[in-house]
Design a protein. Sequence first.
Length: 351
Amino acid sequence: MEESGLNQEMIELQKQFNKALSKIRSIANIKDCFHPNKSECILPIKSAHSLQRQGSLRILEKDDRGNKYLYIHTEREHNVQYDFLDLKKTGRKSATTFDGFCSFHDTELFKAIENEPEITDIDNDEHLFLHSYRSFAISFHRKFEQWKLYNSEDPEILELLQKIYSVRAIEELKIGVAAALNDFKKPKIQIDEWLINKKFSDLEYFALEYSYTVSVGCSAYITPHHLPSGKKIQMNPFSELQTSILTTVLPFSDRTIVILGAFPDDKLGCQFLDELESMKYEIQQQKFLSFFLFDGAENVVVSPKFIEKMTIKRRMEYCELLNFVADNRTPFLKFDTQKFPINYFDRYNAI
Ligand SMILES: [Zn+2]
């Protein structure tokens, strides 16, 4: 019964948080083009998302008598029948759009990877760069929205925040999100310079292709807390500049592309890519990738075809693990190849 109370509390918090965030999003001044050449911008700002553009969301979603839906880890609801905090059926549009580029740059910048939706080639550095650039932009945009949320002076939002968090928690969140935004500064200058000068090979990449369609998609800049070797890193988010990995996972109609990027002066990030590349067994690599997405990304979309294949017991375990990761009071999830129960990249789980 105590469990049920906790679930209800978490659902209520999540709902209120999402409500506040969507109000913040509707305030016009968050709409700003991410491209450095602002003089070229042509308004309006477009609502877009890389997974959507590439058709990946359509591939991941499931049709329930005309209602298409998919799952994202931050959208949850109470499962009344089995009494647990379940994943919530979410529509493609509300799932993952972001207003990050003006109509000119949205079209112009991504031409090479979007004129044909499934053209992406992992041996083409321009393709790898453009996907990575957009994953970076999406995460930056999300972080900026959070910053706006916690620093808002809108009375309605203030009231919502005060209902969700204690005064001290709000102060901590403000510090955390300001630190995270600060971590974007240097990479943003660097990646913009490469974009303008077309230095697409200056990022370090590790890209993979599977010959089948996996059940997960992602476009994010993820801060890992473990290296593939299992070594713990960056356990204190405030102590120093954090290392993050530009992460793109794109399921296509008959194959899947995974692109990971790191800044060359980021030793830990490059080590992360090297260790992942040299993992001896494919299953180990797949499991680590799954762990990395599960643990780190706000922007993960999972197909119902994957989730609904599970027994109810397993689905409850999956959701319990999500609660653990989402809860700031719990320690970071530890990676253990044997014990970690999720492998999105297994051929057996192909959709
Ligand atoms: Zn623009």
